[in-house]
Design a protein around this ligand. Sequence first.
Ligand code: BG6
Length: 477
Amino acid sequence: MTKSPFPEGFLWGGAVAANQCEGAYLEDGKGLSPVDLLPSVEEGRWEAARNPKKALETTYNYYPSHESIDFYHRYKEDIALFAEMGFKSFRLSISWPRIFPNGDDATPNEAGLEFYDRVFAECAKYGIEPVVTINHFDTPVELFKKYGGWKNRKCIDFYLNFCDVIFKRYKGQVKYWMTFNEINMILHLPFFGGGIDVNGEANPEEVKYQAAHHQLVASAMATKLAHEIDPENQVGCMLAAGTTYAFSCDPKDVWRALEADREGYFFIDVQARGYYPSYSKRFFKENNINLVIEDGDLDVLKNHTVDYVAFSYYSSRLTSADPEVMKETEGNVFATLRNPNLEASEWGWQIDPLGLRITMNAIYDRYQKPLFVVENGLGAVDTVEADGSINDDYRIDYMREHVREMGEAIEDGVDLIGYTPWGCIDLVSAGSGEMKKRYGFIYVDRDNEGKGTLDRSKKKSFDWYKKVIESNGSDLA
Ligand code: BG6
């Protein structure tokens, strides 16, 4: 056992999102979330996510999010298990349509607020610090239907109204907030990221960046509000990260990789530095993107930057400037070439622990703000043995190497405040809607068709992670 590079008070924990774990999709007055319209992958989840109007008109056989893992009714048991692992933090999201079922309601849904009262009380009981994502792929469907989602500037007000309610209600109970999950996702899955549909738009890129502008302004205004309501509040942005490598040392490939990284950094440049990056000017011009920026927007962005930079990291990416080479790309949301130096998960996500250290150093060099790794993990098929045990050594191996590289990054000088691996309890996959793509330390008995008892059980990684937390990251054996 070596000396731990992790600082005292490091926020070890785990992460989930309301729309992937709560279920109870219409209970106690909740409105619809985008994923509530989506079927499993076999029934065309990707197609539905890319064509939400069609999804609205279609009745599918099975919707994985409707019951999900039923965290809504089982949160006590789940949080007790997190506490048993020694969690210092728990990242969750507040379902916007649970609080404002239509998004534009005059008053919030008290039953929804009470649910999170109970969840935060349970966290407090065990000394677990909640880390709350305000919008995790959860713009109310009614806002999409009525206003076109974040295309419409009105969403800024609706979102701020939601923020005002939850900042006041949970003051003193929640200190760590994130304004939007994977804010760059709006470019890749606009319905998830912004409750928008760009099909049929003359210039879809322009629409996405306009919606992004609205989110960036909303994020800065929410940061202002959070600080006004409670100066203790810490507000972060959140990026789907993963450094892009160049396919070859051909400078054209290197340039393409830099451009690919800028696509994501663009958002964080605004949220952490407070202004549109210099390169965006040329990008907007060449893509005929003309943003409507109202008076005062740029000042808000400038004056209310985030306190920390959070990100998800599952893999590095690989790109080339050569369209012929790029024909071979894989991956679901972020197209990437297969890196011959890396192994991949059963879902083709390439495993690159050193890539995490590279990504952390790159982000820290760029922003010099505390970092928070709020998602990381291995989606894999688990087997329950006859004696009930689940020996997920592959997950332990994955996590061990990633934790080790986080430690290296800290030694490199990166200021890292916490680590909340994704899906600390098995939940519904955002991308595929599957249950069998499991990330958890805790197994949930439920399959892709929604069958199973929903009983929870500990995997081998449960005890491993417990030991990691207990030793503050020095015992990774
Ligand atoms: C991130 C999201 O993109 O990746 C999560 O923030 C998501 O919501 C996670 O679940 C893993 O992706 P998937 O498709 O395996 O669920």
